[in-house]
Write a protein that binds this ligand. Structure first.
Ligand SMILES: *Cc1c(COP(=O)(O)O)cnc(C)c1O
Length: 415
C-alpha cells in the first residue's frame, strides 16, 4: 500500500505545479494519498476550479462545470465503538461534522457546487429557506459572505414567535453575526404557500430593488447539490482503499432531511461499484415521500435508475422534525459520554438512535456488517436543546479546599 501510495504521489507531484520546497517535503516523507491530497490542496480554500467528475460519474448529465473549495476535505474516518453492537458488527464514522466550523456539516459539500453556479450567473446575493435552526441556512450565510455575496434567509418558526426577535441561539447567532437578512415565516404560512413560492416572492422583491438573487432550495437539495455527495463517494472510496482495514464496507448509514445527501451517496455507491448499501434514516417526512423526491433528483441527472433500487429509507422521525423525546436526548448524552462523539439531536442523533434500536430488535440482520455512519454535523442546533437536556446533566460540584492548602505559583496571573 505504501509503495502504491508513493507511486501515486510521484505522479501527482509531477503533474501538479507546486512550489519546489513542497514537492521535496512531500517526496521525502511517506504520506498516504489522502494526506498528500490535503497538502497539495493547501492554498485552494475558497478558490473556484473547473470540475472533473470521477470517471464512473461521467455518464450523468448535466455535469457541473465548476466548484468552489469550501470544505476542509477529506473529513476523517475512524472506528466508532458504539455500545451494544451485535456480534461481529463494526461501525465506522465519517466526520463530516468536521468539514469546517461555521461552515460545517453536510451542506458545505452541496454549496461547493451551488455557489459556483450562483457566481457564474452573476448573482450578487443568495436566498435560501429552512427551519429556524436550519444548519443549511447557517452554512449558506457563511459561504455567501466568504464569497462576497449578500444572504437572505426565510426562516420558519411557530406562529407565536413569528413577530418577535428570533434571538441568538445556535445557528441564529452565526447567521446574524455574518449579517444575513432574516425573514420570519410561520409554519402555517410555510405549509400554505410552499418554499418555492416563498423563495420566488423574495426573489421578485429583490429584483425590483435592482439586485441579482440566486435561489438555493431547501437543504441545497436539487440535482446540482446532489453532486456534493457524489463527490463525497469518491472521497469515501479512496479512504476505504487506504485506511479502512480488512473487510468489505457493507452499508453507508446517514440521516435524511431533504434528500440531497442520500441521493448523492446512493448514486455514487451504485455507479462507483463501492458496493455499499445506503441506509437512510428520515427525520421529517415519510420514506415514501423521500423515495419520490430522491427519484426526482436522480432523474434530473439522467441516471436511469430507480431510487428504490439504490437506497433503503427508514422512518426515524419520532415526534416530528426538530422535536425530541427525553429518551432521544438521553441517548445523545450517553453516546457523547461513551464515545466522545457529540451527535445533533435533530439529524444524526435520531438516525443513530433508530439504527441501534433496530440492531437491538433484529441483531441477526446486522451481524457481520461493516457500516460507515456519516456524521452530517448540526452541533450548533444542539444549543437550542440545552434547556431540555439540562435536567439529565450533572457532574459538577464546588471544589473542596482545605484552609491549609499552601500557595504555589502557576503560569500567568489571573488577578
Ligand atoms: C440537512 C442536514 C441533514 C440531512 O441532509 P439532507 O441532504 O438535507 O437530507 C443531516 N444532518 C444535518 C446536521 C443537516 O443539517
Amino acid at each position: 500500500m505504501r509503495a502504491f501510495a508513493l507511486g501515486f504521489l510521484r505522479r501527482g507531484v509531477l503533474t501538479i505545479n507546486q512550489g519546489l520546497s513542497q514537492q521535496k517535503q512531500l517526496l521525502s516523507t511517506e504520506y498516504t494519498p489522502m494526506e498528500a491530497n490535503t497538502l497539495l490542496r493547501k492554498g485552494e480554500f475558497l478558490s473556484k476550479k473547473p470540475y472533473e467528475p470521477p470517471t464512473w460519474a461521467t455518464s450523468l448529465n448535466p455535469i457541473p462545470s465548476h466548484k468552489y473549495s469550501l470544505a476542509h476535505l477529506p473529513t476523517p474516518i475512524h472506528k466508532w465503538n458504539l455500545p451494544n453492537l451485535p456480534k461481529n458488527t463494526e461501525v465506522w464514522i465519517k466526520r463530516d461534522d468536521l468539514s469546517g466550523m461555521q461552515l460545517s456539516g453536510n451542506k458545505v459539500r452541496k454549496l461547493e457546487f451551488l455557489m459556483a453556479e450562483a457566481k457564474a450567473q452573476g448573482a450578487d446575493c443568495v436566498i435560501t429557506i429552512g427551519g429556524i435552526q436550519s444548519n443549511h441556512c447557517r452554512a449558506t450565510a457563511v459561504a455567501a459572505k466568504y464569497l462576497n455575496l449578500d444572504c437572505y434567509l426565510i426562516l420558519r418558526t411557530s406562529k407565536v414567535l413569528v413577530d418577535k426577535d428570533p434571538g441568538l441561539t445556535g445557528n441564529l447567532l452565526i447567521e446574524r453575526l455574518v449579517g444575513a437578512h432574516v425573514d420570519l415565516i410561520s409554519k402555517e404560512e410555510y405549509a400554505k404557500i410552499g418554499s418555492v413560492t416563498l423563495g420566488n416572492l423574495l426573489k421578485d422583491r429583490l429584483i425590483s430593488e435592482g439586485r441579482k438573487p440566486y435561489i438555493i432550495p431547501v437543504g441545497g437539495s436539487n440535482s446540482l447539490g446532489t453532486w456534493g455527495y457524489i463527490e463525497a463517494t469518491r472521497e469515501i472510496q479512496q479512504q476505504v482503499e487506504s485506511e479502512f482495514g480488512q473487510g468489505q464496507l457493507t452499508d453507508i448509514a446517514v440521516a435524511c432531511g431533504s434528500g440531497g445527501t442520500i441521493a448523492g451517496l446512493a448514486l455514487g455507491s451504485w455507479l462507483s461499484n463501492l458496493g455499499a448499501k445506503v441506509l437512510a434514516f428520515s427525520v421529517c417526512d415519510d420514506p415514501e415521500y423521500f423515495y419520490n423526491y430522491v427519484q426526482g433528483l436522480i432523474d434530473g441527472l439522467n441516471a436511469g435508475i430507480s431510487s428504490r433500487n439504490i437506497v433503503d429509507i427508514r422512518n426515524a422521525k419520532g415526534l416530528g422534525y426538530a422535536m425530541n423525546t427525553a429518551d432521544e436526548l438521553e441517548f445523545v448524552k450517553e453516546i457523547a459520554k461513551k464515545t466522545g462523539v457529540v451527535l445533533d439531536p435533530v439529524y444524526s442523533g435520531k438516525a443513530v438512535y433508530g439504527m441501534l434500536k433496530d440492531m437491538a430488535a433484529n441483531p441477526k440482520d446486522w451481524e457481520g456488517r461493516k457500516i460507515l455512519f456519516i456524521h452530517t454535523g448540526g452541533l450548533l442546533g444542539l444549543f437550542d436543546k440545552a434547556e431540555q437536556i439540562a435536567p439529565t446533566i450533572g457532574n459538577w460540584r464546588r471544589m473542596e479546599l482545605d484552609e491549609s492548602v499552601p500557595r504555589s505559583d502557576g503560569t500567568g496571573k489571573m488577578f
